[in-house]
Design a protein around this ligand. Structure first.
Ligand code: FMN
Length: 252
């Protein structure tokens, strides 16, 4: 059983194989719904929870080349079409991922490999559907195919030290900073591009996108900021981020 936030970060992986017949209990769906309401209120985003009501009927169709089993619920990630909104999708979406993991559910960010026609979602004017987060019970045994997909993608992981831009070597940095950077590396990113670096300059922490390209890097920026925040907090250093590229981390 997972207890601390740090353990959740360590345990989380993109879950691409779900149990066929195990639906999410009503009580957990209510908790997820209440949590999503809180996130929407704080962020101004329009996340929407959707759940199937029937065993064997998925809430969303995902690419069978990547996923197996039945996904009984998901959150549609709706927000404005600009970089700060994308960053908020990442930051608040990852909060939802970690909350769901604490409820014992498997999750996966999906921006590409799903069928947009398999569900209906309300998108206000000037906003768009950025992607979804799947929610469901992980299969007891991950099939070889899904194991291989993750191993193949994660094989291109960058080295831990590469995530930090600072004058001093990684090992000589304060432990809370090291843990924050480690948390960024553990986090999800689109196609595992890991496009965000932590910059430590004159005692101040910033987050920077060092690699642009797939169009989802601002979502990755928001995810990285939340991951860093939790990593630093695991060493007793609490802070909040300014949104925006090169936004700073203000220690409380
Ligand atoms: C914004 C975003 C979009 C993603 N889209 C997809 C997707 O369309 N299909 C998929 O299988 N995985 C998708 N992923 C999951 C990544 O491939 C995964 O996070 C990355 O490979 C790292 O693996 P891990 O999450 O298991 O640690 C996405 C992740 C993020 C953050």
């Amino acid at each position: 059983m997972v207890t601390t936030d740090w353990e959740v970060l360590e345990k989380r992986i993109s879950c691409r194989s779900y149990r066929e017949k195990k639906m999410i209990e009503e009580e957990k769906l209510e908790k997820l719904s209440a949590f999503i309401d809180e996130l929407n209120q704080e962020s101004g985003l329009h996340f929407q929870l959707q759940a199937s009501k029937k065993v064997g009927v998925p809430a969303i169709k995902l690419a069978s080349s990547m996923f197996s089993g039945t996904v009984y619920a998901f959150a549609a990630l709706v927000g404005s079409d600009d970089p700060v909104s994308a960053e908020k999708i990442g930051y608040y979406g990852e909060k939802l991922v970690l909350y769901a993991e604490k409820l014992g559910l498997g999750t996966c960010w999906v921006a590409g490999t799903y069928d947009k026609k398999s569900f209906w979602v309300e998108v206000p004017p000037e906003e768009k559907l950025w992607g979804v987060i799947t929610l469901g019970y992980a299969a007891d045994n991950t099939p070889a195919k899904q194991k291989m997909i993750r191993a193949t993608i994660r094989r291109k992981d960058r080295r831990l030290e590469e995530f930090l831009e600072a004058r001093q070597e990684f090992d000589r940095q304060p432990l809370w900073l090291q843990k924050g950077v480690e948390a960024v590396k553990l986090g999800p990113s689109a196609v595992n591009q890991q496009p965000v670096n932590i910059v430590f300059q004159e005692g101040k922490v910033f987050a920077r996108i060092w690699k642009k390209g797939n169009g989802l890097e601002f979502i990755d920026l928001g995810i990285a900021k939340l991951q860093f925040e939790i990593g630093a907090a695991s060493c007793g250093v609490h802070g909040t981020w300014e949104f925006g590229e090169m936004g700073g981390f203000r220690i409380k």
